[in-house]
Design a protein around this ligand. Structure first.
Ligand code: FAD
Length: 485
């Protein structure tokens, strides 16, 4: 009997899983193995909200495998060197030895440290004489498969998307292989022993999520039945469920973009007045663009993509302001609503992500990495590629970033996208009964502000905007690569 190990990582699904399909086709028996080795991801090891999701997603994958009379094998890798049996390589070698496996198949990840780790593992196992194969399960196109006419990586989204768009229609998803003949390793760890769940009673609001493959499909059904029909207009309104909320499911590979596009197309195939799916597909394109950038410019999670921006003068780090921002107590209602939604649910609406990031990086002039780190710890969809791209886009330092002079005014944005203040009232109870415009700018009535118990604004929006513009203009005039003062 021949045996292959399928090394599960962030591809936590059975359908449309190319590594699982190939292993099943090539070998008699497959061992589904998850190795917990956060130390190999350095400072970008999963944050607290991601660990919560990961725990439940692994449990869900295990349930899925049980329907095929198997179980997910979980191994906590030791932090000792691979030569001493530690790390992912050590864990794989131990599993190979114990099961007689002659192959290791896995789906690719694109985070810089994981890439390096995977290359080392591949080389070592190939040197051991194993059949090692990797596959693309999470993107329409591997990041190196698209390039400009000159053969360069893209730095601007629209031409990237034009290129990618020509490649996605032919891609259909793969079925779950059946039958699945599943094996075990002799020493599998208990999922609880990984201690992924928070010890604080913080994640109770996360219960609105259903991590796992089934939960992802349900979320997609909800979206297909309703919001996709008015996505282009509804996607900017935080009070509504106007977007797909698939981001954590996509991040953990519980669903793939191929599956999403295929289901949506099939859903509307025979319907009159089918909605235009393009605006939604384009958003998935941004996810691919983020991965394209991270692959070609692996230092983007920490360094300005646009080196001219190195000359930008950030304000001194302000621990007090940062704490108020994190706690949703800045006194700017739409920002506080977003930060409280994030804390309570592990997620925040895209429009509001832009507003909270703009307040932090522009009005408060705190370095974008500070915000990126907080998101990393608190978002259930925290994703190295998308998070870095999002923060750099708002800060103005990124590829294809928003122009430096675009500094969101949180009051006018709030009036435009949360006109009745429904989103603010939901997350900021102090303002639940605020009359009219005061829900967006409660400081305009000092007596009301005092009564409400809501804080005064942390910063004057007008003068801080001007200060930021001055700082941006100075940085633009500075030679590329000039050091910060
Ligand atoms: C400062 C900042 C930080 C962000 N951090 C993350 C992050 O850590 N993880 C993350 O997945 N997204 C991040 N985003 C992008 C975006 O906010 C989320 O992907 C989106 O809100 C997820 O909600 P949804 O699934 O309902 O999106 P939908 O509107 O339904 O879009 C469908 C999918 O397309 C992708 N997508 C949509 N918008 C973007 C975008 N602007 N950039 C990249 N991919 C996109 C996501 O995978 C999303 O699930 C960030 C944006 C900003 C401004």
């Amino acid at each position: 009997m021949t045996t292959a190990i399928v090394w599960f990582r962030r591809d936590l699904r059975l359908a449309d899983n190319p590594a699982l399909v190939a292993a099943t086709q090539g070998y008699d028996r497959v061992i589904p193995l998850y190795i917990h080795a956060p130390h190999e991801e350095g400072e970008w090891a999963p944050g607290a909200a991601s660990r919560w999701w990961l725990h439940h997603s692994l449990a869900s994958l295990d349930t899925g495998l049980k329907h095929h009379r198997g179980a997910l094998q979980v191994v906590a890798a030791s932090t000792s060197a691979p030569a001493d049996g530690g790390g992912s390589l050590g864990a794989l070698r131990a599993a190979i030895k114990a099961t007689g496996a002659t192959a290791v198949y896995f789906n690719l990840l694109y985070d810089p440290l994981i890439r390096k780790r995977d290359e080392k593992v591949r080389k070592a196992l190939e040197a051991d004489g194993l059949d090692v194969a990797s596959f693309n399960a999470s993107l329409w196109c591997n990041p190196w498969e698209t390039s400009t006419k000159e053969g360069e990586p893209y730095r601007v989204f629209t031409p990237f998307w034009r290129n990618l768009r020509t490649r996605i229609d032919e891609q259909g998803p793969l079925d779950t292989p059946a039958p699945l003949h599943l094996g075990t390793v002799p020493k599998s760890d208990d999922l609880d022993s990984l201690a992924l769940l928070p010890t604080l009673d913080w994640a109770k609001g996360f219960d609105e999520w259903t991590p796992g493959e089934e939960g992802a499909q349900e979320m997609l059904s909800l979206f297909a039945d309703d919001a996709v029909g008015h996505y282009d207009t509804g996607r900017d309104l935080p009070a509504r469920h106007g977007t797909s909320r698939l981001s954590p499911h996509l991040h953990f590979g519980e669903i793939s973009p191929r599956q999403v596009a295929d289901r949506l197309r099939a859903h509307f195939a025979r319907r009159k007045n089918a909605p235009d799916l393009e605006p939604y597909l384009r958003q998935l394109g941004w996810r691919e663009f983020g991965h394209h950038l991270l692959w070609h410019f692996p230092d983007t999670p920490k360094k300005n993509f646009n080196k001219k921006f190195d000359a930008f003068r950030w304000a001194k780090r302000d621990a007090h302001a940062l704490r108020r921002w994190k706690q949703g107590k800045t006194g700017i209602p739409i920002v506080d609503a977003g930060m409280r939604e994030l804390w309570a649910t592990g997620w925040m609406h895209n429009r509001v992500r832009m507003l909270v990031a703009s307040l932090l990086t522009k009005n408060l002039r705190q370095h974008w990495v500070l915000g990126e780190k907080w998101f990393w710890d608190t978002l259930v969809d925290a994703d190295l590629a998308n998070n870095a791209m999002g923060w750099q886009w708002v800060a103005g330092s990124g590829a294809d970033a928003s122009p430096y002079f675009r500094i969101f005014n949180p009051v006018t944005q709030s009036e435009k996208f949360d006109a009745e203040g429904a989103y603010i009232r939901r997350w900021v109870p102090e303002l639940r009964d605020a009359p009219g415009r005061l829900v967006h700018a409660p400081w305009e009535d000092a007596a009301f502000l005092k009564r409400s118990g809501y804080p005064s604004p942390i910063v004057d929006l007008k003068s801080s905007r001007e200060d930021a513009l001055t700082a941006y203009q100075k940085a633009r005039g500075a030679p590329a690569g000039a050091t910060r003062e």
